[in-house]
Design a protein around this ligand. Sequence first.
Ligand code: C2E
Ligand code: MG
Ligand code: MG
Ligand code: MG
Length: 285
Amino acid sequence: DAKRRGKNTLSLFHSVMQENLMNRLKMESRMTDTLEKGLFQVFFQPQVDSITGDLKGFEALVRWFDTELGYISPDRFIPLAEESKIIIALGDWILDTVCRILASWRSELGFTGTVSVNISPVQLKCRDFTEKLKRTLDKYGIDPGAIEIEITEGILIDNFDQVIEILNVIKKMGMRISLDDFGTGYSSLSYLQFIPLDTLKIDKSFIANITRDGRIEYEITNAIVTLVNKLGLNTIAEGVETKEQMDVIRAINCRTVQGFYTGKPAPAIECERLIRSGGYSGVPR
Ligand code: C2E
Ligand code: MG
Ligand code: MG
Ligand code: MG
């Protein structure tokens, strides 16, 4: 009996593996096809001053609505795109698209905020990454200070010195650098002295538990925000969904929020009304 169960488990394991492999191959070929046809999209999510409600900028988030597979979340396809190196061409496309849209917002709507772009470690470590950045900014006449590069701590795992060097080049070019998902990785505070950071984004897993009394997430977030404010960096609370979370964020003096409460990621055209009005007339309280 145990033997049979073992066998069934094994064949189940095989079929899962096979399906995964098939899914992966399928997804890879669909990704390539979608990229070639220019059918990926970039959505933008507002980043808002927690006190004044002013619009500070947006985070660019890639979207894939596949004609065959339906909606696929970037949490699923970005890792595959990294493994297969499709991320390099996809990342180029995202950067180009973001700069093109940002240029039109600047010239047509007088937008002066920033746009944050997520950069995969595979992309960043690519030999000509910084030259590509420069070329794309030049192509659209973008002020480097309008672009914020988002990285995660994982980028520092290997080639620490090389990565720091690349980040310093990016910083010298005048771009901003943001540390994403802070608190989920190794989160050594000692990193903060090596990375030429402008912004630290507190991961949404902290924000999700911030309103419950006595929760460690509250204490940690409060301590990090206090420290980061002292260092003169910007802090963004990610994943703020409720008024209660918003109130805590404001009370602990975290100056920027990004979450469903102040706006879901949306196509560029839908962000234009927000840009025209400069933000919210006071953050909803
Ligand atoms: P991330 O960079 O940490 O992006 C924030 C994620 O949180 C986004 O998920 C966003 O839609 C979601 N989010 C924002 N506000 C809320 C909220 O109030 N509640 C909840 N539950 N979620 C919220 P998304 O767009 O699915 O992206 C997931 C991850 O995929 C990103 O995490 C990032 O790591 C990666 N990603 C997305 N776009 C790109 C891209 O253009 N390039 C690269 N390399 N990675 C990307
Ligand atoms: Mg991000
Ligand atoms: Mg994040
Ligand atoms: Mg993330």
